[in-house]
Design a binder for this molecule. Structure first.
Ligand code: SF4
Length: 212
């Protein structure tokens, strides 16, 4: 049983609840969506992937990064491949903190509770908002996070409606991230301040640092 792997890299986690920590990243290949502002098209187009087993990925971590207790599994969409759950279990068995980035279109029910989930809520500007699987909200834990990428005021207003409709601020942290280069972080900050709700502004730290 194997996985289609786009890349493995070591960097600073640039977003989400573990922002700032040095992290071992596993980017799995393939995605079921096609967001207008996708910043990782290479992880879903062009068949640029390697076929590896979960054990081989674990071996790379053990060889060079075993002292790093943070692993992010991202994509593409990791949950498209069932073996991603096996990979998650292998890391959890080694007491590693696993963060899973998922696009919110696939069910997260089977993801172990020990995993920190960062789930997208696809805004209208992505062109993919009809794929949001809102049933997933009920599986989220307090320490998990939702990520809304905001390209314009329409996205902002839509996101507030979704948050209110599903009472999401009581469920977990809601990160609002400006879609670069379309929407300025300052403009988004001002909108958040205006509406006086505990949303969390997110600016991608790895991009500011010019890291992967
Ligand atoms: S879900 Fe993520 S990887 Fe897939 S198209 Fe959208 S931004 Fe790209």
């Amino acid at each position: 049983m194997s996985l289609r792997l786009s890349e493995i890299f070591f960097s600073i986690q640039g977003e989400g609840p573990l922002v700032g920590f040095p992290t071992f990243f596993v980017r799995l290949y393939g995605c079921n969506l096609n967001c207008s502002w996708c910043d990782t098209p290479y992880a879903r187009e062009g068949d640029r992937y390697k076929v590896v087993t979960p054990e081989e990925i674990l071996k790379i971590w053990k060889k060079s990064y075993v002292e790093i207790p943070y692993v992010t599994i991202t994509g593409g969409e990791p949950l498209l491949q069932r073996e991603s759950l096996k990979l998650i279990h292998l890391f959890l068995e080694r007491k590693v903190k696993v963060l899973l980035e998922t696009n919110g279109s696939l069910e997260i029910k089977e993801v172990p509770k020990e995993v920190l989930i960062v789930m997208d809520v696809k805004t209208p500007s992505s062109g993919m908002s009809h794929y949001n699987y809102f049933e997933n909200f009920k599986y989220l834990k307090e320490e998990d996070a939702l990520k809304f990428v905001i390209k314009d005021k329409g996205d902002f207003d839509w996101s507030l409606e979704i948050i209110s409709k599903f009472d999401l601020l009581k469920r977990c942290t809601c990160f609002f991230s400006p879609a670069s280069p379309y929407f300025s972080p300052k403009e988004l900050a001002q909108l958040i301040l205006e509406i006086r709700k505990p949303l969390r502004l997110q600016i991608q730290l790895h991009k500011i640092l010019n890291l992967k």
